[in-house]
Design a binder for this molecule. Structure first.
Ligand code: UTP
Length: 283
């Protein structure tokens, strides 16, 4: 299976940080966001990855390319652990790129993948969303897809205050934590939301999605919405994701994800906890 990582969005919620750099390259602790996303695909068994890029996103390509000068310099200074780390980034997957010409929404970004994907199901991992879990989120989705053979969406139970910012699932339970989707509602008002089950940014899509994307009209915000195209599909499932998920396009979530990730590093854990305790006391 191939994966598609849309990373062409403007990142307006994170301005001014995203004025001249892609939000997908914002670091979470010591790695750019999109590296975690590529690693999730690779750890789920996928090594053919298409990144949808756009204007001003060239640093993404540079990050996954070789850097001879840096390798030479690290080698000379005998910094072998860094050398291995940056070389591993280059070889972890076959990464391809296609540019989205205008930022007309996530649905439009996915339709840019049609030629590369062809007539197979594929995974979609949003380039600005990081997941932390024992079993990678995309692998969890693949397990459900292999059982039900329809498009499959990762969802999470949302607190009320988040519901109006997400695509929400209207569905029926088919087994523990798995739903057959009747309808997806993009960013509903809280009182109109059919559930608290929100779409998180990880999907397995069957290839008929491309025909559906070609036939839909722009939706919420004048953008071509992926959820509108999925709503046209027959056989769609959703499954709750076991783990943590962060949309780093949102500054607060980016900060939380950075803390969460930093706490997994033994050399910073205690110092960071002490710092946070001190701040709690001061506030
Ligand atoms: P978002 O809707 O969060 O991205 O899309 P955005 O448009 O950059 O966000 P704001 O509202 O302006 O802050 C989720 C993912 O889809 C990609 C984004 O790069 C992000 O990884 N995307 C979005 C595209 O590739 N193309 C688009 O036209 C829109």
């Amino acid at each position: 299976m191939k994966a598609v990582i849309p990373a062409a969005g403007l990142g307006t919620r994170f301005l001014p940080a995203t004025k001249a750099q892609p939000k997908e390259m914002l670091p979470v602790y010591n790695k750019p966001t999109i590296q975690y996303v590529v690693e999730e695909a690779v750890n789920s068994g996928i090594d053919d990855i298409l990144i949808i890029t756009g204007k001003g996103k060239r640093t993404i390509e540079d990050h996954f390319d070789r850097s001879f000068e840096l390798e030479y310099s690290l080698n000379k200074k005998d910094k072998k652990e860094y050398l291995k780390e940056i070389q591993d980034i280059t070889y972890m997957a076959d990464i391809y790129y296609v540019r989205q010409k205008t930022q007309k929404g996530l649905g439009d970004a996915i339709s840019c993948a049609e030629k590369h994907i062809g007539d197979e199901s594929f995974a979609v991992l949003l380039g600005d969303t990081i997941t932390y879990s024992d079993v990678p989120c995309t692998k969890q989705l693949l397990d459900v897809y292999e059982k039900y053979h329809g498009s499959t969406i990762a969802i999470e139970r949302l607190p009320e205050y988040k519901i109006e910012r997400y695509g929400i699932v209207d569905g029926v339970t088919v087994e523990d934590n798995i739903y057959k989707v009747n309808n997806l509602v993009e960013k509903p008002k809280l009182e109109e939301a059919p559930s608290n089950l929100g779409i998180t940014g990880r999907y397995i899509l069957t290839p008929d999605i491309f025909d559906k994307l070609n036939s839909i009209q722009p939706g919420v915000g004048g953008e071509l919405q992926l959820t509108d195209a999925i709503n046209e599909q027959e056989n769609v499932y959703a499954t709750t994701f076991e783990g943590s998920i962060y949309d780093i396009g949102n500054t607060k979530e980016w900060l939380k994800s950075s803390i969460d990730m930093a706490l997994t590093h033994d050399d910073v854990h205690d110092e960071l906890i002490n710092f946070l305790k001190q701040k709690i006391n001061e506030n």
